[in-house]
Design a protein around this ligand. Sequence first.
Ligand SMILES: Nc1ncnc2c1ncn2[C@@H]1O[C@H](COP(=O)(O)OP(=O)(O)OP(=O)(O)O)[C@@H](O)[C@H]1O
Ligand SMILES: [Mg+2]
Ligand SMILES: [Zn+2]
Length: 338
Amino acid sequence: MSDIDYELPDPSLKSIVTHDSLKWIFVGGKGGVGKTTSSSSISIQLALNNPDKQYLLISTDPAHNLSDAFGEKFNKDARKISGMNNLSCMEIDPTSTLQDLTQSNGDPSDPLQNMMGDITSSIPGIDEALSFMEVIKHIKKSQKKDGESNDIEYDTIIFDTAPTGHTLRFLQLPQTFSKLLAKFDEITSKFGGLLNNLGGGKQDIYAKVTELKELTKLINEQFTDPELTTFVVVCIAEFLSLYESERLIQELNEYGIDVNTIIINQLLFTQNDDPCKRCQSRSKVQNKYLDQMDELYEDFHLVKVPLVNTEVRGLEKLTKFSKFLVNPYIPGNSVDLD
Ligand SMILES: Nc1ncnc2c1ncn2[C@@H]1O[C@H](COP(=O)(O)OP(=O)(O)OP(=O)(O)O)[C@@H](O)[C@H]1O
Ligand SMILES: [Mg+2]
Ligand SMILES: [Zn+2]
């Protein structure tokens, strides 16, 4: 290969927005860096660029991020965003799912229920994992096309993940479930006879565990296929954020999950003739980290996004903001969303 053939990856999200086969897009990073803004913007760009496809944006953060970003209420049943006919949102509270599994027949004195409670509380990350299960169950159900459900069939699902620590836990989902299933098998074989005498909760739990097994398999197959799944990292140009992003990327590599795009958000792009000392010096720090990233991640799509002059809330502002993800911002251009 000659030098002339060599090209840096496009510094935008175009390759994701125009990708044909991606089924799962995860957006993650440290708290407050712009995950919700970015995942919403990616979803909007996908929806606008592919009007024949249906998209679903999901948040599993109990903080109701998406409702705040779009300024309308979403819940665990997917609903289209007002003003878009091919983008839906859904917000899921992880804790309610865990209760659903451990309190299947509503009787707190049921020994089987207590046992499930003990099993689940002994496995770290199970709540986050179960919430993802719930989501995938929802999606699978809606894609069964059995005539009974008039839900939409989604082409791509975008996840606005909770801050980094949780994200990493969710990546351990298949392992987490393997542990749960192993414990369940162990206990049911030990107490098989005894369990037969238990109440109606048992069938329920068996059915749920079987479902978990099937879903674990599906996830194992799909999340490690780069044609189907990719992860977008969001960060800001500061030491801690970069450090966490690198850790996240290494973890993703370990799990075999594709990652080739980093959004570097809230950049000042201060011009040399800017009279403001504070912006000058902050911008200098940002530039230092930008240089490091250019070097460290030269085979990544590095999407450099400006700090804009207002909060990015509501469909209109998000749509304007989302253009920075596909058409790289040119320093000096307007950062006005109004
Ligand atoms: N480039 C930007 N310019 C100006 N404001 C921004 C930019 N990106 C994000 N914001 C604003 O910063 C705040 C935090 O962004 P956002 O909610 O997307 O972060 P987050 O990573 O999802 O946070 P959390 O970890 O709390 O979920 C929001 O008010 C958002 O409007
Ligand atoms: Mg958020
Ligand atoms: Zn300033």
